[in-house]
Ligand binder design. Structure first.
Ligand SMILES: *Cc1c(COP(=O)(O)O)cnc(C)c1O
Length: 435
């Protein structure tokens, strides 16, 4: 399968090149040339298949031309070593819990898949140089990528994060690991971190010295595997007789997760409607209503993994629908909530149902509650375990959120970071020091 750039200037590349490069040479994002429709029989029988069987079929449609069957099977198996259950919160509203992985957030899926795929390409290729993975994080990406790549030979990970803007629990999940993982504490915002990473990829001098790649959802190996759990959620709903009229609501920041859902839809997944739920960073919401995309600096919220002012994957959504605003706003509706509303939603849901939402899932739950129509089944993606935002959540619901052992173990480690100013020359000097 060939991958093209959303800017349509750079020429097509192989999967290997798309994964290793991350971003196309014209600064566009890679997209698969072909999105294969899965046969109807697949959907008819999906409720009798395991998560592994479903994912192998979906992965085969994406990557089957480029990776031998056994290797792909092993990569999928390793990626999906934890469940993604659909849990009924109340009548007609289901939570797709994506937080049962090592760092308790959905990004574990894409991060682990990418680590394994990259390892496969490094070990089977001619270029045996060390690969440096650069990742900008507003919280959860950094921990998922760091843990997905921890101890993988031939790869070093550099996590850039905005100083003082991620929760203590999030921070310790990537600052305490050591080994092949470095945490870079940038005196700036998430957008600054993202800009530093993008600038590094565009710097020719640097790219001659070092083999650099991204692990943000701009990387196809990170975002495409997220399609797996949309199919698996559908299978679970079908088993309960709730697979007709499905609306899926995705709490969105950089829009990788939603884009994976849209790709699943293009492959034939019978979802009627999508909702993109935002916090106060409502750039996409405004786009749906006005047709104008006006990125602006991100603002800090209690759903901080969605504090994104210029979502990278917007380019992919535009590309999928040939920039047709009518088609996009017909399939996807939006929602945007301030912190007060997010908190109120967590409290109300807990008091009435006993279900504990994290602040991101709360945005999506609220949007479903407001927009779901009679006879529809709503699924929202619960993207993180509420304990990752323990202080916020416990304070809001007035009840202590238990911290799973896995998370508590991170808190005991010693924090080690590299301080960095938000200007590119300093970051470049740091990277040059590694060659
Ligand atoms: C990353 C993240 C999001 C946003 O996902 P995108 O793919 O960037 O839109 C939502 N919730 C949580 C908990 C996250 O970590």
């Amino acid at each position: 399968m060939k991958y093209y750039s959303t800017n349509h200037i750079a020429s097509d590349v192989s999967l290997r090149e798309a994964v290793v490069k991350g971003l196309a040479s014209d600064r566009g994002l890679f997209m698969p040339r072909e999105i294969r429709k899965l046969p109807e029989s697949f959907f008819e029988e999906i409720d009798s298949k395991s998560f592994h069987e479903i994912a192998v079929e979906v992965a085969g449609a994406f990557f089957g031309d480029d990776i031998d069957k056994n290797s792909l099977d092993a990569i999928v198996k390793d990626t999906l070593s934890f469940p993604t259950p659909v849990v009924e919160v109340e009548d007609g509203i289901y939570s797709l819990e994506l937080f049962h992985g090592p760092t308790l957030a959905f990004k574990d899926v894409g991060a682990r898949f990418m680590a394994r795929l990259l390892q496969y390409f490094i070990s089977s290729g001619d270029d045996r140089r060390m690969v440096h993975v650069l990742v900008a994080t507003s919280g959860d990406t950094g921990s998922a990528v760091a843990n997905g790549f921890l101890g993988v030979d031939g790869i070093r990970v550099h996590v850039l994060y905005p100083k003082g803007k991620v929760s203590e629990i999030q921070e310790c999940q990537f600052t305490t690991l050591g080994r092949n993982i470095s945490a870079i504490e940038v005196d700036g915002t998430f957008d600054d971190c993202q800009r530093l990473v993008k600038s590094a990829f565009m710097d020719e001098e640097l790219n001659q010295k070092l083999l650099l790649t991204s692990a943000n959802s701009i990387n196809v190996a990170r975002f495409l595997p997220q399609a797996f759990y949309y199919f698996n959620a559908y299978a679970q709903l079908k088993r309960r007789g709730r697979a007709g009229n499905v609306t899926v609501c995705v709490p969105s920041g950089n829009f990788g997760n939603l884009t994976a859902g849209l790709i699943a839809h293009r492959m034939g997944l019978p979802v009627r409607h999508f909702i993109a739920a935002n916090n106060a960073n409502d750039i996409f919401y405004k786009y749906l209503h006005t047709g104008v995309y006006a990125p602006r600096p991100s603002v800090s919220t209690i759903a901080n993994a969605m504090d994104v002012g210029d979502p990278s994957n917007f380019a992919r959504i535009l590309d999928l629908y040939c920039e047709d605003h009518g088609e996009i706003s017909g399939l996807i509706s939006g929602a945007a909530y301030d912190d007060e509303t997010i908190a109120e939603t967590m409290k109300e849901c807990f008091d009435r149902t006993g279900y504990i939402l994290d602040p991101h899932g709360a945005c999506a739950y609220r949007a479903l509650k407001e927009q779901l129509k009679e006879g529809e089944t709503g699924v929202f993606l619960e993207t993180a375990h509420p304990a990752k935002f323990k202080d916020t959540v416990s304070g809001v619901i007035g009840s202590d959120v238990a911290v799973p052992d896995r998370l508590a173990a991170f808190m005991k480690g010693e924090k080690q970071t590299v301080p960095m100013t938000p200007d590119f020359p300093s970051f470049k000097a740091y990277l040059e020091g590694l060659s």
